[in-house]
Design a protein around this ligand. Structure first.
Ligand code: PD2
Ligand code: ZN
Length: 288
């Protein structure tokens, strides 16, 4: 592999700070003689360093980080290596305390994953994000997936999945937003963001007024991604490579209503094949 000297490091930082796509950085590096894995690791490292630098300097979307002040009270997820969630035993594969992340295996069967994908496929539309100023839904380059929402408990199958997930997250099923299915083609990604509504942003008010703040997320992996597509936490330095039927839980609001800046996370670019996930966002109050 070519030497990673100060010039290469500077080039990497220039690329990520001007928003170059991960795959174009990797392509340039492989042409220059780097191996694919080394190039990807270096590009990811530069992206994480850039995100962490921005977070320290500005917060994300102009929200000041409260790093250090967040109090980690116990997450509601049950203890133990196997959790009985409504109608299924779910395996606990990994727990992290700061930020609060739990990785699960075998939440859904392969048939359930396939059924969710097939039900979602005809209803997919380009994904949006909340505009920080006006709270409306915008299409932006930071989020290049397509998605759809099921209504909460919209039929018997979805209700079983909603109840299993609520059991696993140990949070009332009524407080859950409808399940969202997301589809990423090769190269699609969701750059680092918070799932909570930043309180200082004017666009957040209309969302939190309805059902309160978001408190925790479950990302469920509906297929095995051949390369890339991990759920990563750049400030915390955690990366979860999803396995079909497994899930990653993360909690970002504690009982004092503080929000955890370490929960900054993204969906890494898909480097080969496609990625299907399902997300559940839990609110403070019943979702209306
Ligand atoms: O695609 C993902 O892995 C991912 C990661 C983090 C999706 C989301 N967040 C999200 O939809 O909020
Ligand atoms: Zn997210």
């Amino acid at each position: 592999m070519p030497v990673v000297n100060a010039a290469v490091e500077q080039w990497l930082m220039d690329q990520v700070s001007r928003g170059s796509k991960m795959e174009s950085i990797v392509a340039t590096m492989t042409q220059a003689g780097f191996g694919q894995d080394d190039a990807l690791a270096l590009a990811r490292g530069a992206a994480a360093a850039h995100a962490a630098k921005n977070l320290r300097a500005n917060g994300v979307n102009g929200v000041e980080a409260t790093h250090g002040a967040y109090q980690y009270d116990p997450a509601p997820v049950a203890t133990g290596n196997v959790i009985h969630a409504y109608d299924r035993d779910v395996q606990v594969l990994m727990r992290c305390e700061r930020p609060q992340v739990v990785v699960f295996g075998d939440l859904l069967s392969a048939d359930e994953c396939a059924e969710l994908i097939e039900r979602a496929r005809p209803r997919l539309k380009r994904s949006t994000t909340v505009n920080p100023q006006n709270g409306k839904e915008d299409i932006i380059l930071d989020r290049t997936s397509e998605g759809m929402h099921f209504g909460l408990c919209e039929d018997a199958f979805i209700e079983r999945v909603d109840r299993r997930i609520a059991g696993l997250m140990n949070w009332p099923v009524e407080n859950g937003e409808g399940l969202q299915i997301l589809h990423y083609n090769t190269a699609a990604e969701y750059r680092p963001h918070f799932d909570y509504f930043p309180p200082q942003q004017t666009g957040s008010a209309s969302h939190t007024a309805r059902s309160g703040q978001r408190v925790a997320t479950l990302v469920v992996y509906l297929n095995d991604v051949p390369a890339g597509g991990e759920t990563y936490f750049p400030t915390a330095g955690i990366s979860v490579a999803g396995k079909q039927g497994g899930a990653a839980y993360f909690r970002y609001m504690n009982a004092q209503r503080q929000l955890d800046p370490l929960s900054l996370h993204g969906g890494a670019p898909v480097l080969a094949g496609e990625k299907w996930i399902m997300t559940k966002w839990m609110r403070e109050h019943a979702y209306v």
